[in-house]
Design a protein around this ligand. Sequence first.
Ligand code: 5GP
Ligand code: MN
Length: 336
Amino acid sequence: MMQIHEIEAIKSLLATTKEITIIPHRNPDGDAMGATLGLYHTLKQLQHNVVVMAPNEFPDFLAWLPESEKVVIFERSFDTCKRILEKTELLFTLDFNALHRTGEQMENVLKTLTVPSIMIDHHQAPDNYATHTFSDTSYGSTCEMVFDFIHQLSLENLINKTVATCLYTGIVTDSGSFRFPKTTSKTHKCVAELIDKGINNSEIHNLLFDNSSLNRLLLLGKALQNLKMLPEYKTTYITLTQEELNEFGHQKGDTEGIVNYGLSIKGIDFTAIFIENKEEGIIKISFRSQGAFDVNDFARNHFSGGGHINAAGGKSFLSLEETVQQFIAILAKEKK
Ligand code: 5GP
Ligand code: MN
């Protein structure tokens, strides 16, 4: 929770009309987009000039979020974004806690800014770049934190159906539809309030999860065929090559959630998915665990990544085969 004096400082920052930029992490997910747009729709009602600026494109399955078409994309509109950042008077960074999570180019611009900044985030080990850091790993989503943040500022009257729709999106996606361990009674009370604001929770769920293309489902089938099991390490992993992604007309967001299937097998407490990205020259990796095995540590120590205890990500600059070999070698050393 934020300290009282910090809340007072933020209240006075918001007391006069400002140019505000709200930033999610690179490759934004439902929580990052829900939190930034939820805060955007809240602050706009206070007559601020607010922009949501994403480092790169957000996935299509989130394009129905209210006013997502107004999100500016740093990688696509570099000059516009630089100009916006130069006149920004207040910065929010949501759902990440290290500036490098915006990508090298955007990080370099952000580092030059001297305006007040507010971080709201639920990942482990926050960097110390923000004027006000609201970092709490006990939360299941940044959207739930934004909900509390709005309450702490006594702005809860601004949580209308639009704000509530955005915040609900991040809560439902980051909690795996309310099944992950950080789903608390507080989460459900928060959601109860959002439903009372008039959101159509069932329709939002449909828009998020029952809106797949045929290709996306066939890609999931391919991924499941590629699943390998290492029972001695209670581990499974999935690989997807660039060629396989191309075969199914891969769109951004199509691989979202596939990693979780690796944990659905009895006795498995650790899983990973390795996804080849030829354009970026990396293997993007997602890790998931059940129980005490800390995938944040695993991702940080071995794959230049991070995240949470039970959900993290990272990357490798080796080939797909070499990355998998490295992964298995690390398991042999660290996971018995
Ligand atoms: P996902 O596997 O769904 O992409 O990410 C799982 C969690 O790990 C998310 O909270 C995400 O923000 C975080 N994460 C994913 N990739 C990276 C990474 O490369 N670096 C860091 N620090 N966190 C990551
Ligand atoms: Mn999140």
